[in-house]
Design a protein around this ligand. Structure first.
Ligand code: HEM
Length: 250
């Protein structure tokens, strides 16, 4: 590879290497609003940005799980730190929908029919990875065999929580309290990083509920649930419960 020293290169035989590498043409062909409503484009982009981040976070958490299984604490911490960076962007991406008014939402809502984020299998992978294995939630994807197989595999594999607890046991600690009372800074760092992951996940859910309250109040959801009231039931759930519990003892 020869790097130039002056102005960038402006002639290429085919499409640009940038477009090829990032599949930019394909990417930019995927935003297809169904109405003329001005706010629908930001809704689609917001949804797609979040789906991409779900996929990225899944990738990092699976990497962290593999590395913990291999007793590679440093590698696991690096993957988890990359994930908290992605989670920060995920949280921030609510700003894309932060100005949506009830009237704007209503202007395109009918166009997506029964579509709902509840049907996001990317999100379901994250819940399963965190240990919230509601197996019945694979059902919406029954007509997509590859998606079902992938989710079933995720259900069978140990969650990140189970993996981390097995890892600290191999390091001679029966639970997280023993880790926090011990001298191994690396293990405490693992606990705090997992807590940072859980905290960010919770914050995303809280902002989602706030957005629902703001744009549609207590009306039923497009996915068939009671809407905000259904979301309220799980919005307080905290992943890695033992790490939160330990706070009572320290
Ligand atoms: C302001 C826009 C939004 C509204 C009003 C909204 C509304 C809702 C409602 C009412 C539900 C409950 C299920 C149902 O539809 O009946 C739900 C679930 C869900 N939504 Fe949204 N949503 C919005 C934006 C998003 C976005 C951008 C995403 C990210 C892709 C998303 C992801 C989810 C997920 C993952 C669930 C399932 C949560 C769970 O299983 O606990 N939502 N949404």
């Amino acid at each position: 590879m020869v790097y130039g020293t002056g102005a960038p290169k402006t002639t290429f035989d085919g499409s640009t290497p940038y477009a090829e590498y990032g599949h930019i043409e394909t990417l930019l062909s995927l935003q297809t609003p169904r109405t003329q409503a001005p706010a629908e484009f930001s809704f689609i982009v917001g949804t797609q940005v979040m789906e991409l981040l779900f996929a990225l976070i899944r990738h990092e958490w699976e990497d962290a799980r593999t590395r913990l299984d291999a007793d590679d604490l440093r590698g696991a911490l690096q993957a988890l730190r990359r994930s908290t960076g992605a989670q920060d962007v995920l949280i921030k991406s609510w700003d894309l929908l932060g100005t949506l008014t009830p009237a704007e939402f209503a202007s395109f809502r009918d166009s997506f029919g029964e579509a709902s984020g509840f049907q996001s299998y990317g999100y379901r992978h994250l819940e399963f990875l965190l240990g919230n294995k509601r197996s019945g939630l694979v059902c919406p994807h029954a007509a997509m065999p590859a998606v079902v197989a992938d989710l079933d595999k995720q259900l069978e594999q140990p969650s990140l929580d189970e993996t981390a607890r097995a890892f600290i046991r191999r390091r001679g600690h029966e639970d997280w309290l023993s880790v926090y009372r011990g001298q191994d800074d690396g293990l405490v760092e693992l606990g705090e990083t997992l807590l940072a992951v859980a905290e960010r996940f919770l914050r995303w859910k809280q902002l989602h509920l706030t957005a629902v309250w703001r744009v549609m109040g207590d009306k039923p959801g497009s996915g068939g649930s009671s809407g905000a009231r259904w979301l309220e039931k799980t919005v307080h759930e905290r992943a890695f419960s033992e790490l939160w519990e330990v706070r009572n003892q320290l």
